[in-house]
Design a protein around this ligand. Structure first.
Ligand SMILES: *[C@@H]1O[C@H](CO)[C@@H](O)[C@H](O)[C@H]1NC(C)=O
Length: 342
């Protein structure tokens, strides 16, 4: 049976509340693959199935699908963290508990499993790659790192006249809206069907995001992936070389950070507490991501009101937070893969 049909049938019955929407995952994977070292791209290619065109991308698709199969039901708690002391917008904290089943531990698990040093068999590493890309995406949807009302799944809202939830708005609706605003007429069936292929419908959006990286965010981009000075990121050196022709992206090396993710202060605070040895540091990245729930996601949320306009939406527009999170995710996926497989 054609797997994609099977998937569409499944989708009609399952309300996807578990992860960043399909399109979100596709976009982060598309951004990431632009920053992979050639050697790493080849390695990734080997670990992935081919689509109809013999093309292997986008790399995020697989984990989106398998999570619905009974075999992978055990991963359902790996898409988010529960943060008991969280009460956004008033308090936003992340507590990392090693060994707990959550997105932070899952990212560590699949980072370790993908590492060639793990000596795991081909299939286990192929599986790890897909889950890793998927969970790094989920981590950057702020509601996946805040527990309140089941990560906003229980928070009713209206978006562009439709009843929905805060969670779904941040998983999909904002992204879909912004793709549409760039001129593409986005339909629900695109969200389902096109994601099996290299959906051209989000390419203008990816270009728009890359362009922001080269201009508005160019001084911060190289800092996004860092979690610990001791881990040597191949990303930072060789990817810069790789991008030489349009290297304004990394022109500035003076280590300035403008975005709150990875502020110097936090980095120092963090390294006092934990010795980071992994190339992924989700528990560190999660802190400022979680704080976005206080600053933006839950701020000015009023149940059952329209959130695609007014003070709530203006803040989203002004901060470009949706695009920035996608960009940061893409860069981190690339950095982790380059460091592991480069
Ligand atoms: C790590 O991944 C493997 C393979 O999917 C899984 O069987 C195992 O339960 C995971 N371990 C943790 C602690 O999540």
């Amino acid at each position: 049976m054609n797997f994609s049909y099977l998937f569409i049938i499944l989708l009609l019955f399952i309300n996807n509340v578990l992860s960043y929407g399909y399109v979100g995952h596709q976009i982060t994977a598309s951004i990431a693959q632009k920053f992979l070292l050639p050697k790493v791209r080849e390695h990734v290619r080997e670990l992935l199935p081919k689509n109809a065109n013999g093309n292997l991308y986008p790399i995020a698709s697989w984990a989106d699908r398998v999570k619905f199969t009974p075999k992978y039901r055990f991963t359902s708690r790996m898409h988010y963290i529960t943060a008991p002391r969280n009460n956004p917008p008033d308090s936003c904290t992340v507590i990392y508990t090693p060994g707990k089943i959550d997105v932070l531990n899952a990212i560590h698990n699949y980072t370790n499993r993908l590492d060639p040093k793990s000596n795991l068999d081909f299939w286990s590493r192929a599986e790890a790659l897909r889950f890793l890309v998927h969970f790094l995406g989920d981590l950057h949807q702020p509601l996946h790192v805040a527990a309140k009302f089941r990560g906003g799944n229980g928070a009713k809202a209206i978006f562009e006249g439709h009843k929905t939830t805060l969670h779904y708005i941040w998983d999909s609706r904002l992204i879909n809206k912004h793709i549409r605003e760039l001129g593409y007429k986005f339909t629900f069936s695109d969200d389902i069907a096109n994601n099996f292929y290299d959906g051209p419908f989000f390419e203008p959006y990816v270009k728009y995001i890359i362009n922001l990286m080269k201009t508005v965010w160019k001084q911060e981009v190289a800092e996004w992936a860092v979690c610990n000075e001791e881990v040597e990121y191949i990303f930072e050196k060789e990817t810069q070389e790789l991008l030489k022709p349009n290297s304004i992206l990394f022109e500035n090396n003076n280590k300035q950070t403008h975005f709150e993710v990875n502020s110097r202060r936090e980095k120092e605070k963090y390294s006092l507490n934990k010795k980071q040895t992994s190339v992924s540091c989700p528990e560190f990245w999660a802190v400022p991501l979680n704080r976005l729930n206080c600053q933006i996601v839950w701020k000015d949320y009023i149940p059952d009101t329209e959130l695609s306009e007014g003070i709530y939406y203006e803040r989203i527009k002004r901060t470009r937070i949706v695009e920035k999170l996608l960009a940061i995710t893409g860069i981190r996926i690339a950095a982790v893969l380059n460091s592991l497989l480069g």
